[in-house]
Design a protein around this ligand. Structure first.
Ligand SMILES: *Cc1c(COP(=O)(O)O)cnc(C)c1O
Length: 223
């Protein structure tokens, strides 16, 4: 069997295992197959397996890979997982269905402006990225500002925010940060918590993740 298919099925099994094991906190767990740095052929293998949720980090890479892949499979939902520069809002919203990196006021305002100008009723969903470890070098809104920011995006800008996303600090226990993100979700009444990658998705599911983002575990190592 193809290695990607093999990995994928194993991850699906693992997710089911964790979901049942931690059924108190995890009701719904969706898998985002993170296909950054991998070519269309590899992605198509998963689409043929029936997988529909994918993640990419860069607008430009997604724009070169996904229009064709999406053409044949209308069920696909593509998540943006990397930082969004304001000058790439238009191409980003054209190819992505969910923007997981809504992380600052300026970006939110410009997205709102774009929707107003297009006069389209947007089907996009947004997750606010939280700088869960309050690290200097990381993007994301501050933990203490999250509730206010979410409220502003929903009420004042009319953006369809229904989740939070985080990348915990490399050092330290991820669990502490996952629990914190879940608490923030509950605090703002948000349905989705996007947390957990190849190395720690079991932990994330235990803490109540509704989306886990897995690249290496499915596609293999990246250069
Ligand atoms: C690359 C990436 C992932 C996937 O990481 P793996 O360790 O390869 O599973 C998840 N989330 C974000 C934001 C990423 O950039």
């Amino acid at each position: 069997m193809n290695k990607i298919v093999n990995n994928y099925r194993e991850i699906i099994r693992q997710i089911e295992f964790y979901k049942n094991k931690f059924s108190k906190t995890s009701k719904e767990v969706n898998l985002i197959a993170v296909s950054k740095n991998f070519p269309k052929q590899d992605i198509q293998i998963l689409i043929d397996e029936g997988h529909t949720i994918f993640g990419e980090n860069k607008v430009q890479e997604a724009t070169s890979k996904w229009p064709q892949l999406k053409l044949n499979s209308r069920e696909i939902k593509l998540h943006l997982l990397g930082p969004l520069q304001t000058n790439k809002i238009k191409p980003a919203l054209k190819i992505f269905d969910v923007i997981e990196t809504l992380d600052r006021e300026k970006l939110a305002k410009k997205i709102k402006k774009y929707f107003d100008a297009e006069k389209e009723t947007s089907k996009h969903k947004f997750f606010v990225q939280v700088n869960i470890g309050n690290e200097d070098q990381k993007s994301g809104v501050e933990v203490n500002y999250t509730k206010e920011f979410v409220k502003w995006c929903i009420n004042d800008l009319n953006l369809n925010v229904n989740g939070l996303m985080c990348i915990p600090p490399i050092y330290g226990k991820a669990e502490v940060y996952f629990k914190e993100l879940k608490r923030l979700c509950n605090d703002s009444n948000l349905e989705h918590a996007s947390m957990g990658m190849t190395g720690d998705y079991g932990e994330a599911i235990r803490c109540g993740a509704t989306f886990v983002r897995i690249g290496t575990g499915i596609f293999g190592g990246r250069d």
